[in-house]
Design a protein around this ligand. Structure first.
Ligand code: HT7
Ligand code: ZN
Length: 869
């Protein structure tokens, strides 16, 4: 298998000035005619031949200008078409035949629920026609779609509609995109869809037509997405000065989609799960996801489309920046603290795990076999953290100047991560050479923090030691530039900070750049409590030996939401690790119960959404990551035991909280969502108690809920409770009965069953795979059953029999035949074998090894072979 390397990057030999495409859609095949205006790139190496990408294509005709080519003029391989001795400038005419209805990989042109749609990123365009399918070849596109008259009400492509005519029983729709773009941003859609329309007036006064296309039955679920889109458009104008550039912005929702959505120029394609929303059938969390993904894809119009990536090693240039942008958008629209906690939690429990394992790679990788495998939490979420650090190092004014410079300097170009940092450097005059290591060095830095207090001098010293463990292929790690935000507390409030005689206010950012650094705070009159890594100011692990009392204080009075939550996570972790190690943890337990009691009793004094976050225990993958060799069974048991205990000891407070909040939970406002999240967190705890009245509470909420958040929370509470089997089965049956016609809700029904922490879930999961509503070709269903079981049911997936692992391997072998991208993504949990005790690790490796016996796609092969290494 071939490896692609960043070091081998060469500019393209040819450029494509213009791309004219004609799609003739037939029932059983599609013919694609292309007319490419090619010119030699003066910066190339003057190669005699033209080499185009193309896969799974039937070549029907090929001509240069007016000359039809014969077999001695060119050569095809499974990956390429090479045309010998081409002129400096010419028009290449080519016709290929493709079979969208047989395309189960959902890459290129495929059919989903009767409609045609495309997914070209990263390298899917080459499954449509022969092309220079690389992001640094940018071209103007004209697209003609031809189908039987009456076959499709909707026939879309990028840009503006030039004409829509009927001739000889055929409908012919002609589109033109005036902006140059790489092939990965091409899109085509044809189907019978309904359309919700609205308008947006840009800051310069232009009217933009906004359209959301879905199946007719889903039209009533598009209003929230439309509002979110308008908010995103305004936000990007106000925050980044970015205005939309075409007269029309279209979104199409499809059922079968490998990811969340795709930012094709002017024609975003969305997984239905990221666009449809209605209070009756959508949870608050799903609403927020819709808003976030709508924002994300819209923001790509500048960070990705107008300025794109030179090559796929620079993927984080667009993804890291765009995730940072969507995350700030969500923070501005909702609770900033909660958004930061959610993001930090993903980094710590998912990205740190990736970064510590065999699949670890830098934000800018150096090589890959299959680029689809690199749409990872490292590229996306760690990449976003890197941009966030830059934004914080520069401060708001300089950061905005730097992004203005970036967008204007590189508009219409395909550039690198380094070009982006260069803009930050130029505008701020800061030396970011050490900071650049965040792009090239994989692995998570660990900060070991110790302190001392000198009463006589009234000085408090913090010593921070950083070190990054080796990752595959990178053993020699250098010290990184880590912006480390800190405050010091006494038992009332944050203290004024004085460093080198300089007053810093009550919060400061330390530039940690060396292997070891000591910072001295002056005029400190008593030993303070350090509030560390405020706002999760860098994606690093920290260890500092807190006393219980210090954590309690931070939980109660820190004014940084992340730090409050983190202090609680720390305290919970102390209880859990002692349980896991079989050590006495009475003091820790007592401290934890006392502080939760205090929070619950005074819950009206704080943000309910933040409190809800603070009530959830550290998740199992995060706990596992704290061990050299984790015992997943012990981790799961310790978590359940602590939940039981919190519930038992605080049932009065939990019940009170549940009851008091009842009348604050109406509607879609932020306070109502916050109240629902806290109330449902309380309910989940109460169901740990084996009492009829709590089951009835959940049953009642389930039956009476007028919104999906409450209905689903009640269902989960019942299904997860170990002593509510009969009630849970009734509720499951009723839920299916009520929602069987809403695919996205049926997926939630699959998911709750696949994530139940006890009982023979594997058997349930196998049954679900043959349920009438299951469809192994639909990625959302695979995620709802298989991914839910393997990556969100820690207790069951890691059952000591190893059957969970074998099951996943079997499923992957099967899915890989149809959809390699999905198969490869579902494999992730097995790649974490290194985290676990020898017995578990051996069983996980055995499951991976069983896959090596099969014929594998490049996608799965890369992950299996690297993770076994
Ligand atoms: N930029 C989009 C990437 C994407 C994708 C990549 C590989 C295979 C299928 C895919 N669908 C969408 C998503 C985004 O980050 O906006
Ligand atoms: Zn993206």
């Amino acid at each position: 298998t071939i490896v692609t390397r960043l070091a081998d990057y060469r500019v393209p030999e040819f450029l494509i000035e213009k791309t004219q495409l004609t799609f003739e859609l037939h029932e059983a095949h599609t013919d694609v005619s292309s007319q490419l205006t090619l010119v030699r790139n003066p910066q190339g190496s003057q190669a005699a031949h033209l080499e185009l990408h193309g896969e799974q294509l039937e070549l029907l005709t090929l001509a240069i200008d007016d000359r039809v080519l014969t077999s001695k003029d060119y050569r095809t391989t499974p990956q390429n078409l090479t045309i010998y001795n081409v002129p400096e400038r010419f028009v290449l005419h080519c016709t290929t035949r493709i079979y969208p209805e047989k395309n189960t990989a959902l890459e290129g042109l495929y059919r989903s629920s009767g409609m045609y749609c495309t997914q070209c990123e990263a390298e899917g365009f080459r499954k449509i026609t022969y092309y220079l399918d690389r992001p640094d070849v940018m071209s103007e596109f004209e697209t003609v779609i031809i189908a039987d008259e009456g076959a499709f009400s909707t026939m879309l492509s990028n840009g503006n509609c030039v004409s829509d005519t009927v001739k000889d029983g055929k409908r012919i729709v002609h589109w033109h995109d005036p902006f140059k773009k790489p092939s990965y941003l091409f899109a085509l859609v044809a189907g019978n869809l309904a359309c919700l329309e609205d308008h947006f007036t840009t800051q310069s006064g232009r009217q933009v037509l906004l359209q959301i296309y879905t199946a007719a039955k889903d039209q009533d679920k598009c209003h929230f997405a439309m509002q979110s889109l308008k908010k995103a458009m305004r936000w990007d104008e106000q925050t980044y000065g970015r205005e939309y550039d075409l007269d029309r912005f279209m979104i199409v929702a499809v059922d079968d989609f490998n990811m969340g959505a795709m930012e094709n120029k002017g024609l975003n394609v969305f997984n239905t799960s990221c666009v449809l929303a209605h209070p009756a059938s959508t949870t608050d969390a799903a609403f927020r996801r819709v808003e976030g993904v709508i924002g994300h894809e819209y923001f790509h119009n500048w960070s990705g489309n107008r300025v794109t990536c030179r090559d796929w090693f620079q993927l984080s240039l667009k993804e890291g920046l765009t995730v940072f942008r969507d995350s700030e958008f969500s923070a501005d629209m909702n609770s900033r603290a909660v958004k930061r906690i959610e993001d930090a939690n993903v980094i710590r429990s998912v990205q740190f795990v990736e970064d510590a394992g065999p699949m670890a790679h830098p934000v800018r990788p150096e090589s890959y076999m299959e680029i689809s495998n690199f749409y990872t939490v490292t590229i996306y979420e760690k990449g976003a953290e890197v941009v966030r650090m830059l934004a914080n190092i520069l401060g708001p004014t300089l950061y905005r100047q730097a992004t203005d410079l970036y967008f204007s300097r590189f508009d219409g170009q395909a550039v690198t991560c380094d070009d982006f940092v260069q803009c930050m450097e130029e505008v701020s005059s800061k030396d970011l050479s050490q900071f650049r290591l965040w792009y090239s060095q994989a692995g998570t830095p660990h900060l070991q923090i110790s302190d001392s207090y000198d009463a006589a001098r009234q000085q408090y010293s913090l010593t921070i030691r950083q070190y990054t463990p080796a990752t595959p292929g990178q053993t020699d790690k250098k010290a990184l530039h880590i912006p480390f935000k800190i405050a010091l507390y006494d038992n009332q409030a944050a203290l004024p900070l004085v460093i080198n005689g300089q007053n810093q206010g009550t919060e400061t950012v330390l530039d940690i750049c060396q292997d070891e650094q000591t910072i001295v705070f002056e005029q400190v009159t008593e030993p303070p409590i350090p509030s560390l890594l405020r706002g999760f100011s860098a994606p690093v692990k920290i260890s500092y030996d807190y006393q219980l009392l210090q954590l309690q204080q931070l939980i109660l009075l820190d004014n940084d939401g992340f730090c409050r939550w983190d202090a609680m996570q720390n305290l919970m972790r102390m209880v859990l690790s002692k349980t896991i190690d079989g050590a006495n943890n009475h003091a820790e337990q007592a401290a934890l119960i006392a502080v939760i009691k205090q929070l619950l009793t005074n819950h009206a004094m704080m943000d309910a959404a933040l409190l809800a976050c603070m009530l959830s225990l550290p998740n199992s993958p995060y706990l596992a990551s704290l061990y050299e060799k984790a015992d997943p069974v012990a981790i799961s048991q310790a978590r359940t035991q602590l939940q039981d205990q919190i519930a038992a000891e605080l049932q009065t407070e939990l019940l009170n909280c549940y009851q008091v909040l009842q009348d604050q939970t109406h509607g879609l406002t932020a306070p109502a969502m916050a109240a629902r999240s806290l109330r449902n967190a309380a309910l989940a705890y109460l169901l740990h108690i084996d009492e009829v009245r709590y089951r009835e509470l959940a049953q009642q909420q389930f039956a009476q809920a007028n919104n999906m958040t409450d209905q689903y929370a009640a269902l989960c509470a019942l299904v997860y409770a170990e002593h509510a089997e009969a009630t849970a089965q009734e509720a499951l049956a009723a839920f299916y009965q009520q929602w069987q016609h809403e695919a996205l809700v049926v997926n939630m029904w699959f998911q709750v069953q696949a994530t139940r922490p006890w009982g023979d879930v594997l058997q349930t999961v196998r049954k679900l795979l043959s349920h009438e509503a299951f469809d192994a070709r639909n990625p959302n269903k695979l995620r709802a059953v298989i991914a839910a079981f393997a990556s969100r049911n820690f207790a069951q997936f890691h059952d000591k029999s190893g059957q969970g692992y074998q099951f996943l391997a079997e499923q992957i072998a099967d899915i890989d035949q149809r959809n390699p991208q999905m198969a490869s993504r579902l494999l992730t949990p097995l790649t974490h074998w290194h985290q676990f005790t020898d017995a578990h690790a051996a069983l996980m490796r055995a499951a991976l090894e069983s896959l090596t016996q099969r014929e594998l796609s490049k996608d799965v092969y890369e992950v299996v072979s690297k993770s076994l290494h």
